[in-house]
Design a protein around this ligand. Structure first.
Ligand code: PGA
Length: 260
């Protein structure tokens, strides 16, 4: 079965509540793709999730959160639990490097979040990737392999097939001022590694179901080169998702590129 490509807008903490709803209004007009061609997920901050969910309820746009706490519920001031997200989202980004830096969360806690989300019917978009020092030291493969193994060990075969894995080299995120993003071929070799790790842990059928996306300085100049690589099922987009026309163009570039 071919995998439906996916594009995720990560709006981070950039937009006001009002600006968030304005972007959503524009995207509803601009994005005419069907759910069979591409999954489009927008990830606003917590305070606008409910209203964004309402605004897109009759469209093909899906809503995702940008984070979730790794325990089911409890006395954790400032945190948001999976149960609080379920009425509004079908996806949730976890393990983003910016959130890891903020909370100091470990790969084990990211794995815990993934299991929790899956149990509650929310698809986790799980970010892994190396930092600049690890990249320069040639440790990318070892680092990413370690992260993914911890994750996969906590998942069952059925739930593993439902995850979205995002390879996001930390140094390539636009906010970290990369001089250049990775070469598409270099990026694709890590995507292939990720799929192989899923196959090794479970089987090739499960690996073929997982959607694997790239994130880090994706824009209208680079998207086609990334999407043409084998095994790339989509993109996670930060700054280039903040301009509706630009994001709609990225959606168009991802739509219909399904791979199997
Ligand atoms: P960027 O952000 O597209 O601005 O590099 C991606 C991300 O951090 O998810």
């Amino acid at each position: 079965m071919p995998r439906t490509p996916i594009i995720i807008a990560n709006w981070k903490m950039v937009l006001s509540y009002k600006a968030t709803l304005e972007i959503v209004r524009s995207l509803k007009k601009l994005i005419k793709t069907s759910v069979e061609d591409v999954t489009v997920v927008v990830c606003p901050s917590f305070p606008s999730l409910a209203d964004v969910a309402k605004a897109v309820s009759k469209t093909s746009l899906m809503v995702g959160a940008q984070a979730v706490y790794w325990e089911e519920a409890g006395s954790v001031t400032g945190a948001v639990s999976v149960q609080q997200l379920t009425p509004f989202v079908s996806y949730c980004i976890i393990g983003h490097s910016e959130y890891r830096r903020l909370t100091g969360q470990t790969d084990e806690q990211v794995a815990q979040q993934a299991s929790l989300l899956l149990r509650h019917g929310i698809t986790p978009i799980i970010c892994v990737g190396e930092d600049a020092a690890q990249y320069e030291a040639g440790q990318t493969v070892a680092h990413v392999t370690g992260q993914v193994k911890i994750l996969l060990q906590s998942l069952g075969r059925m739930s593993a097939g439902k995850i979205v894995l995002a390879y996001e080299p930390i140094w390539a995120i636009s906010a970290n001022n990369p001089s250049t993003p990775p070469e598409p071929g270099e990026m694709a070799s890590i995507m292939l590694l990720l799929r192989k790790l899923v196959a090794d842990q479970f089987d090739s059928d499960t690996a073929e179901r997982v959607r694997i996306v790239y994130g880090g300085s994706v824009n209208t100049d680079t998207i086609n080169d990334f999407m043409h690589e084998p095994g790339v099922d989509g993109v996670l987009v930060g700054s280039a998702s903040l301009k509706p026309a630009q994001f709609a163009a990225l959606v168009q570039a991802v739509a219909g590129t399904s791979k199997s």
